[in-house]
Design a protein around this ligand. Structure first.
Ligand code: GLU
Length: 458
């Protein structure tokens, strides 16, 4: 790592993966994989470009744009675009690195990449965002394509932005092709893509619950804390409610809303929040009405984890490092049995250490942690299905996509579980397998083998 400038988020993501491989029997069985790990930590290509655009006052504005084309062993580079003021190369390398192994776990032919810009959509008009998207794609278009690199959305990039980006690509290249996923349903987008990350997360946790309880329990009656209020959080909440759970919380960068009644946050509340988000408003705007003041308490500047009381399931679904070591301890104290990341690297390494330590100590009654690579792969999986539909020039029904999504989440869960059993010695009998180690090892082996076959290492 000494050849790099300091890249804290990327180093964290790399160490998290590397430590699980090192603590398993993988390198004993396959020492040559150490070389593969070192090589896979260097992106195949990093593109950085200037984006200049005109604001509503007619003044020139500029941002830094990026695309990290990390690994193409399994297919075209694939991964979202993030528009957020914190975006830099460290953030995009961490996201791109995670994406390689996540995409491998979907079982589809997609490589790993990530991109974005340090552009802040907050406080911008629709017109300014559209102009930014046109300027951004004017630079990016020459580097992507349906068989080269297929971006999608991430934080700050919704289907609306995908539309403006797609239109610019098509005009510039005179080519209608599946160069982006997350497109509108009537013009090449896949049904269920907007829902896929949140739904897939809940399907994955449902498998965890059924496995840990020997099929005796499900989401029914479970108390679920969710952070975030974007697309992942919204659809995770709606699916968990459908399966009989109570949603205790949602949040944004300014604070958390906690449901006052035992019924929790209702589907109509989620719809109201979704509308608010489209207008780029904060959750505090919801609380200006007496209807919502009666329903929720507001925790300013806080994340929900220490505020929800008794909790069974925690789904961090906002952004990276949104669960600290202390918050992880608080979740354990509050009775949480399942933690699964809807966000990428939602848990800090300290938090993962708390969860994994508890899993080893407490055997059957432990908290069970699932990393974003596995638990949130449903989003990019349906992006992969969107690519397949675009190549066929066909659209599949919602039922067909949803059933494929369920199949992918089931295979991903089983793969993580079986791989952990194969490569990680349990410290005690009856211990739940480590989903973080199992998923990391399974994703890594698949990518490393493909890289070797293609001559990336030998
Ligand atoms: N940004 C999402 C993720 O982290 C989706 C990427 C995609 O659909 O390409 O997986």
């Amino acid at each position: 790592m000494s050849n790099y400038p300091s890249e804290p988020e990327f180093e964290q993501a790399y160490k998290e993966l590397a430590s699980t491989l090192e603590n398993s029997s993988l390198f004993k069985k396959r020492p040559e994989f150490k070389t593969a790990l070192a090589i896979s930590s260097v992106p195949e290509r990093v593109i950085q470009f200037r984006v200049t655009w005109e604001d509503d006052k007619g003044a020139v504005q500029f941002n830094r744009g990026y695309r990290v084309q990390f690994n193409s062993a399994l297919g075209p580079y694939k991964g979202g675009l993030r528009f957020h003021p914190t975006v830099n190369l460290s953030i995009l390398k961490f996201l791109g690195f995670e994406q390689i192994f996540k995409n491998a776990l979907t079982g589809l032919n997609i490589g790993g990449g990530k991109g974005g810009a340090d552009f802040d959509p907050k406080g911008k008009s629709d017109n300014e965002i559209r102009k930014f998207c046109v300027a951004f794609m004017t630079q990016l278009a020459r580097h992507i394509g349906a068989d080269t690199d297929v971006p999608a959305g991430d934080i700050g990039v919704s289907p609306r932005e995908i539309g403006w980006l797609f239109g610019t690509y098509k005009t510039q290249k005179n080519l209608w092709e599946g160069c982006l996923t997350g497109k509108g349903g009537t013009w090449g987008g896949s049904l269920i893509r907007p829902e896929a990350t949140g739904y897939g997360l809940v399907y994955y946790v449902d498998l965890m619950i059924k496995h840990a309880s020997n099929g005796k329990e499900s989401f029914k009656g479970k108390r679920v804390a969710i952070s975030g209020s974007g697309n992942v959080a919204q659809y995770a909440a709606l699916k968990a409610i459908e399966l009989g759970a109570t949603i205790l919380s949602l949040s944004d960068s300014k604070g958390a809303i906690i449901a006052k009644s035992d019924q929790g946050i209702q589907p109509a509340d989620v719809q109201a929040i979704a509308k608010l988000k489209v207008e780029r408003k904060a959750l505090t705007d919801l609380l200006t009405t007496s209807e919502y003041k009666d329903k929720f308490t507001y925790e300013e500047g806080a994340r929900p984890w220490t505020k929800v009381g008794k909790v069974d399931i925690a789904l961090p679904s906002a952004t990276q490092n949104e669960v600290s070591g202390d918050e992880a301890k608080a979740l354990v104290e509050a009775g949480a049995k399942y933690v699964a990341e809807g966000s990428n690297m939602g848990c800090s390494q300290d938090a993962i250490d708390v969860f994994e330590g508890n899993r080893k100590e407490k055997k059957g009654d432990a908290i069970w942690y699932a990393p974003g690579k596995a638990a949130n792969c449903g989003g990019v999986a349906v992006s992969g299905l969107e690519m397949a539909q675009n190549s066929q020039r066909l659209s599949w029904t919602s039922e067909e996509v949803d059933s494929k999504l369920k199949g992918i989440m089931t295979a991903c869960f089983k793969n993580g579980l079986d791989t952990a059993k194969e490569y990680v010695e349990p410290s005690a009998e009856g211990e739940l397998p480590s989903l973080v180690a199992g998923s990391n090892i399974a994703g890594f082996i698949k990518v490393a083998e493909a890289m070797k076959a293609q001559g990336d290492w030998w």
